[in-house]
Design a protein around this ligand. Structure first.
Ligand code: DX5
Ligand code: ZN
Length: 217
């Protein structure tokens, strides 16, 4: 299991310092949520902020684009240090083209599904993605409650991967904490995104450690 702390719930006035607090626990990725106020009802940050962090942390940037027309901005995010870019199936008219565009820039290409979107929509691209992100809340905000119906979706995706002999990772995003992380991993998740649990209360490094422990219990 890998962890991708989401900086959405970090203190943006002290962003680098919050990132350094999780760095000591060696998270595999740093999850960066990009929202445009159109695809989701919230606005966050853009490549400018990633550029400012680039080179100041060793943690690879796992960029989750919750934006319309992502193709327009992919190069900027790659230049700003993204090592993985995840686009939403619902935001891409030509999903295969968008995934190829990301790959052509030499980084990982991944796709996210909103809770209501079927796994069937990914059938013909699954063999060319590095990761599938299952949203376990409706995207747009941190601190929401995990939607229990998503366990089945994670299990189904893991079984499709197995049947087809594919090796993309399954990332799960939204409402994950020490009470449900183990079940999420047992359902088939490889990469766990956690925002509010890590950054909203107490020490982010300690919280990350607690999550890893809870997953192993
Ligand atoms: C929500 C974002 C998530 C968010 C998760 O749209 O994609 O990455 O930061 O936050 P928590 O862990 O608080 O649900
Ligand atoms: Zn996210």
């Amino acid at each position: 299991m890998e962890i991708s702390p989401s900086i959405l719930s970090a203190d943006f006035g002290n962003l680098l310092s919050d990132i350094q607090k999780v760095e000591t626990e060696k998270p595999e990725y740093l999850h960066i949520d990009i929202m445009d106020g159109h695809f989701v009802p919230n606005i966050t940050i853009g490549p400018l902020v990633l550029n400012a962090l680039k080179g100041k942390t060793e943690i690879p940037f796992d960029v989750h684009l919750m934006i319309e027309e992502p193709d327009k901005y992919i190069k900027e995010f790659v230049d700003a240090g993204a090592k993985n870019i995840t686009v939403h199936q619902e935001a891409c008219v030509h999903l295969d083209r968008t995934l190829q565009l990301i790959k052509s820039m030499g980084i990982n290409a991944s796709v996210a599904l909103n809770p209501a979107t079927s796994l069937d929509t990914l059938r013909y691209v699954l063999s060319s993605v590095d990761m599938v992100l299952i949203m376990t809340v409706n995207p747009g905000f941190g601190g929401q409650v995990f939607i229990n119906g998503m366990y089945e979706k994670i299990r189904e995706l893991a079984s499709i991967r197995n049947e087809r002999g594919l090796n993309f990772k399954i990332e799960v995003d939204g409402g994950i904490n020490i009470d449900n992380i183990k079940d999420v991993v047992l359902a088939g998740a490889d990469v766990i995104v956690a925002g509010s649990f890590i950054f909203a209360n107490g020490d982010p490094g300690e919280n990350l450690k607690k999550l890893r422990e809870a997953a192993l219990k």
